[in-house]
Ligand binder design. Structure first.
Ligand SMILES: *Cc1c(COP(=O)(O)O)cnc(C)c1O
Length: 385
């Protein structure tokens, strides 16, 4: 019955180290504080690291997984994840039924949303069962949530809606890595809002404000949860905390061709690079179609081969890049491993370096790694979270 399957070797792949992921989760938890649990943010395919793989590795250690939409929540449910599933932003009307049926936890930004979830919960859930929900407060992000005064004004009605259990309150920090003064005042506003909501009768079990930069660099006395994303994957938004974390992902590709090209020969589209001398050039099986940014063209980007930094020549193409292998000596061969992000020998290329040279942020570098890049999981040295 079964067709012959053929499993070609990967030309380009990402290695995901789950032992390192768990160590980062422990570090994030310690940084957040003793009585603070984690909502591990796994939206956008766990920042490109693989939603199911990452979530299984952290399941049970974290209280919630934070996702962006109902599709991601459904994938977690289908994977048999036991930690709770939380939707980080406003859900749109057509998603609500699946959220209620899935027993996922939405956050509410308006009375309209709250009323809709209340009536869905009353019709879809067995009598006596309520849907746990969190309130979102907009304390400065401008993306979702009740404005503080509107939240307090809405609370009496929110608390009276049948079928809902308002068990949490969250807010989001727009600039913990850019504006200390604003973030401190936002923290104070959030704490006041938690206190007023409790005074108004809300029985809040889950209070959360901090993303990675927030949990690393600020105290949140009222918080019971932190919501790290980037830190879990081993990158600190603030360089001074980098030592607490280790990169989980390495991006690698094969050398598929090596040649020595003559002086005067152009390299890649537009011939933006013309060789000044005879040069050993390796063609590597990765391009912007894999998520290696085309913006790295002409930006002093490097690739590690044989433990040496080899400069990228000319423009990044869709499927291939060319590098000058002079630093690696004369022995580079087809099949050699090239490291685009990660370490080799004593050299390292970080996601931050790639992001800086491509004029973007590490979050985007991770999430743009495409499906064509095979994810390979490393289960390190029997570590458990
Ligand atoms: C993405 C996101 C996070 C995680 O942010 P990091 O900076 O990656 O830690 C936390 N909270 C919310 C609401 C988010 O959307």
């Amino acid at each position: 019955m079964s067709a012959t399957t053929f499993d070609p070797p990967a030309r380009c792949w990402a290695e995901i180290d789950l032992g390192v992921l768990r160590a980062n989760a422990r570090a994030a938890q310690e940084a957040a504080g003793r009585d603070v649990g984690l909502m591990a943010v796994v939206k956008a395919n766990a920042y490109g690291h693989g939603l199911e793989t990452v979530s299984r590795a952290l399941d049970g250690f974290v209280t919630f997984f934070g996702v962006a939409n109902a599709q991601e929540a459904a994938r977690l449910s289908a994977a048999g994840i036991r930690s709770r599933i939380y939707l980080l932003g406003a859900s749109y009307p057509d998603e609500r039924e699946s959220i209620v049926r899935g027993r996922w936890t939405p956050c509410l930004s308006s009375l309209e949303e709250a009323r809709a979830f209340s009536s869905l919960s009353m019709t879809l859930l067995p009598s006596g069962e309520t849907l746990p929900v969190h309130l979102a407060a907009d304390t400065g992000m401008g993306r979702g949530g009740f404005l503080p005064e509107a939240l307090l004004a809405a609370l009496p009605e929110l608390l009276s809606l049948p079928g809902l259990d308002i068990e949490g309150l969250g807010s989001h920090l727009p600039s913990p890595d850019e504006d200390r003064e604003f973030t401190i005042s936002q923290n104070a506003l959030f704490a006041a809002l938690v206190a007023s909501s409790r005074q108004a009768g809300a029985d809040l079990q889950h209070i959360h404000l901090a993303n990675s930069a927030g949990l690393l660099d600020y105290e949140c006395d009222v918080c019971t949860l932190a919501r790290p994303g980037l830190a879990l994957y081993g990158v600190s938004p603030l360089p001074e905390y980098s030592r607490l974390l280790q990169p989980v992902l390495a991006l690698k590709a094969r050398v598929i061709l090596t040649r020595t090209l003559p002086a005067g020969h152009g390299i890649s589209y537009g011939r933006t690079t013309v060789l000044q001398r005879p040069t050993p050039v390796a063609t590597i099986a990765i391009g912007y179609g894999d998520g290696y940014p085309r913006h790295l063209s002409g930006r002093d980007a490097h690739v590690l081969i044989r433990g040496e930094r080899c400069p990228v020549l000319g423009r990044v193409t869709m499927d291939q890049i060319m590098v000058d292998t002079t630093p690696a000596g004369g022995s580079v061969q087809t099949g050699d491993e090239a490291v685009l992000i990660g370490s080799q020998g004593s050299e390292i290329i970080t996601a931050e370096e790639i992001a800086r040279k491509a004029d973007t942020i590490p979050w985007e570098i991770f999430t743009r790694i495409t499906q064509r890049v095979e994810r390979q999981t490393l289960e390190a040295s029997g570590e458990t979270a």
